[in-house]
Design a protein around this ligand. Sequence first.
Ligand SMILES: *[C@@H]1O[C@H](CO)[C@@H](O)[C@H](O)[C@H]1NC(C)=O
Length: 273
Amino acid sequence: MGNFTTSSILLLFLFSSVVTSLPLSTNSRWIVDDRGRRVKLACVNWASHMEPVLAEGLSKQPMDTIAKRIVSMGFNCVRFTWPLYLITNDSLASLTVRQSFQQLGLLESIAGIQANNPSIIDVSLIKAYQAVVSSLGKNNVMVILDNHISKPGWCCSNLDDNGFFGDKYFDPDLWITGLTRMATLFNGVTNVVGMSLRNEPRGPKQNINDWYKYMPKGAEAVHSANPNVLVILSGLSFDRDLSFLKNQQLKLTFSGKLVFEAHWYGFSDGQTT
Ligand SMILES: *[C@@H]1O[C@H](CO)[C@@H](O)[C@H](O)[C@H]1NC(C)=O
């Protein structure tokens, strides 16, 4: 009996320590949950911004299996990438998973998706994206919706025309439209805890003035459409540089939701380009 009581208490303790009360917000330098307790996001990146615009790997394993594997590896979160055109180009968004893979001639993958994730093979790409978020939610995995690129495909290079405001594939107005739609679509989906507004700004057009001009617009648009999510901003030069914030704070109408994201690679300090 004594042992039983002890282990019950221990289990309760473990349980209460892992359940995060959502939504998240910020408190000084920390991310905290709804009860003010610090939350450390340990996110795995899951790519859904490539040409087929479907989360990678769904031809190999059921999404629920992947979600459970992510949890078993100690992660509590997925940074789930999406290309802007998924939500701004209606003919892309309404393409079914099967059609998307057919267009690319990826017939083997169609058979794999049919076998492992039959429920999404004939739904639209945007519904398939939502289905993955929902599957992660059922497994208590938090999700950050990461706008990774505009035109679906491998990311990123300085010259891919997806790098900075004004690039061929990076129209600031369309970006704000897309962010607003995505924030609206996931308003009320509790496990979506944040949106990172754009991965790795870069390229010949990058400059601090336009960063201060457009990032607040994107942030405000997301916050108005979905006040629950953390609004996550990246810096310049592939998000290796946020140093400009030291001289000029970002002015926003809301507080308690802004997070800065910095990227640090093994080659970051020695890169010459
Ligand atoms: C919209 O998506 C369709 C289907 O992938 C593509 O053929 C078309 O070029 C896209 N339009 C734009 C403006 O990107």
